[in-house]
Design a protein. Sequence first.
Length: 506
Amino acid sequence: MSTRRSKAFYTIMIALSSVVMGMVLASKLGLSPSSFAGSLTIPATNSAPLTGAMDASTFRTIAEQSSPAVVSISTKGTQQSQSIEDMFGIPTPRGAQRQAPQVVEGAGSGFIIDKTGFILTNNHVVEGATSIEVFLRGMPDKTVGGRGLAAKIVGTDVLSDTALIQLTELPDQPLVVSKFGDSAQLAPGDWVMAIGNPFRLSNSVTVGVVSAIGRSQETAVSQRYEEMIQTDAAINRGNSGGPLLNIRGEVIGINTQIVSNQSGSNLGIGFAIPINSVKSILPQLERGKVVRGRIGVRVSRIPMTLEDAQDLGLPAPSGALITDVGDGPAKVAGIRVDDVVVEFNGKRVANSDELVTMVVATAPGTTVPVKIVRAKKQLSLNVKVEELNIESEQAQVSAQPNAPAPAPEPKETGFGMTIEGITPILARRLSLPSGTGGAVVSDVDQGGAAATGGIRPGDVITQINGQPLSNVDSVSKALDAVPHNRMARIVVFRAGREVLFQVRKQ
């Protein structure tokens, strides 16, 4: 062999060796093959009407066709165990060693939405996980010594409680992918099926109906609500993240919450995130983070009545009543407590939930026109939407101090609370702005109208039904003027800001 041919031969051999070594290293180090870098293909939504007859094999067929796409998820994480000193706030002795973090295991459900291994589940199923194993139908689980397929977190969203994970190793057989239905077509009474991993009993099937749609439920984020599907299909611990299916076997929701007793068992009331809502944020989940808008207000959670609409100067019970305005875009734009937002970015606002949905769906940095009704007159404002920061928002909620209660000087109000005049001492103690008029709530009856509506001692009543108040007598007269069984819109000064409460006179 000539020298030139020898060099060519060895060059080729070195190149082949490098490729082989690279493959070995990738397998040893757990590096993802190129197939895992592919983008997510979101399943198409079938919006055809749900029609057709049911028979004895209907639910069996749904279970057989849909179960292969449903997975059981096992997670491991760590948490710092609390010592006796931690629990009672006792300083740790010098030189003492803290206990090592404890390994915590969790379990949940999910469903495959892409052949490259993308899986949808709940955020709370994988939150804090340091390792994730996924078990397909037919795979032996950990209870019998089985090992699942490794997975990684791609993106999470605490507000909707959704998470997108992806398998980092694939099975020998092609993955079965879930089909998406149209959750907007659901109505109370529709048949649904839940499949999941309750109490680590993988691929358990339960059947029920849609109990209600558009049910506003508080999320894991305090004072933040999401519209959900309510169902009586049995959902238990471990069902979280699994699919809720329609009569065609299409995913129309992700099971996420239950109402349970102290043992955590099912009481026939479960909630699922509508799949249409999840689908709208999937591209952002794939990028790792969901970005939402905010304008810095809180809105009333109490449904508006015809009488309320008349008091507010509205032609019908619609719009979102502003109960709190924090530092942010709304305050800059001039929105105030007791305003009613009736239009946002050119679209009519039917209720508070609809306004929240519109705001969070607006790209941060966008300036939008907003129409409000204030003192029975319509005004137009422009609001520049900013990015919602959940962590910052929750820190502000937690940091709000309770106003100190002044000494009671009873004055009957008919609302289950007593009020007193604002003295210079009280004004300093409550850090009231100069010139604040009204009356201080000195006592609240437990179970009374004021307590039920959210009023508490130390609140300073400054306005009732849009009428500014100057002293304790004007507050008393305004409260007396509210008819029985009618709602009063009471604005109070609390912890440095004005907040509106709706209190029904009993």
